[in-house]
Design a protein around this ligand. Structure first.
Ligand code: ZN
Length: 279
């Protein structure tokens, strides 16, 4: 059966949303700004961490976090990496989560640069991807990313009654592409969480990243709540359906409003766009 095309009403409503009017709140995990329609809750565009200022959130603050965020905003990824290596000694799930996401992003940005931006440098490209002598080669960064997600899973095994920890475990399994384990955590979150947004977002992430032709119904509650990241997931679904002009219009709008870099954009949407359009 052919998947239902996403309704143009949904797409036009998304495109018409005034993201510029959203408030900015700081992501307690990575320090980037989250664009929030209600001014108190949202998902980070960089690491997808959930914050809601109505609750007290116990995220470890490290002295280096401000420097890390500044380096990330300048897209100085080698500098951000050196700072992060000092932060991870705190042995905290949120910092391992940040490190897992950061190294995946770093790896993708190197891989995509060398793969697409430098015509005629193929030897150099493969060297950057695999040369173990090059500190920031893409494969090495991918394995560092995986290592940190596994560290998070290891140290949080005993604290599964906390909804934010279960969400981090769910996201980590998703990023490790261990979908059966992720689904198990998603079901725990459905039983445990008192926050509907967290469950809706996790479900949307699960279906958008596991189904080949995800149905737009999974992201409708997020779009209704004007969750900024839902526009990225919608763009990816439009790309899957080869509705490139709508996807482009939507992406132009989000990218103009959000503070880059966005890991969801680079690692998920852009990768999907390049695969779908054969670039
Ligand atoms: Zn973040």
């Amino acid at each position: 059966m052919k998947p239902k095309r996403i309704s143009t009403i949904i797409v036009n409503e998304a495109i018409a949303t005034d993201i510029n009017s959203f408030s900015q709140i700081e992501c307690p995990c990575c320090g980037m700004e989250i664009l929030s329609a209600d001014g108190h809750s949202g998902f980070c565009q960089f690491c997808e961490y959930y914050t809601n200022t109505n609750y007290i959130q116990n995220v470890p603050d490290t002295v280096q976090k401000g420097d890390f965020t500044a380096a990330l905003k300048k897209a100085d990824l080698p500098a951000a990496s050196r700072i992060l290596e000092k932060m991870v000694v705190a042995n905290k799930p949120e910092i391992f989560y940040l490190a897992g996401n950061f190294y995946a992003y770093f790896s993708d940005s190197i891989y995509m640069d060398v793969n697409y931006a430098s015509e005629g440098f193929m030897e150099k490209n493969s060297e950057h991807r695999t040369n173990s002598e090059f500190e920031f080669n893409s494969m090495h960064l991918t394995s560092k990313s995986r290592e940190y997600f596994y560290k998070l899973l290891k140290i949080t095994n005993a604290e599964k009654e906390d909804q934010s920890i279960v969400f981090l475990r769910f996201m980590s399994y998703m990023k490790l592409k261990k979908h059966a384990e992720a689904e198990w955590e998603l079901n725990s979150l459905r039983t445990l969480s008192k926050d509907a947004m967290l469950v809706q977002y996790a479900s949307a992430v699960f279906y958008a990243r596991t189904e080949k032709e995800p149905d737009a119904s999974h992201i409708i509650p997020l779009l209704q709540n004007k969750t900024t990241n839902a526009y990225y997931y919608l763009a990816k679904m439009l790309i899957n359906q080869k509705q490139f002009s709508y996807a482009e219009e939507l992406l132009k709008k989000i990218n103009k409003s959000t503070i880059m870099p966005s890991a969801i954009y680079e690692s998920f949407v852009l990768k999907g766009l390049r695969a779908a359009s054969g670039l």
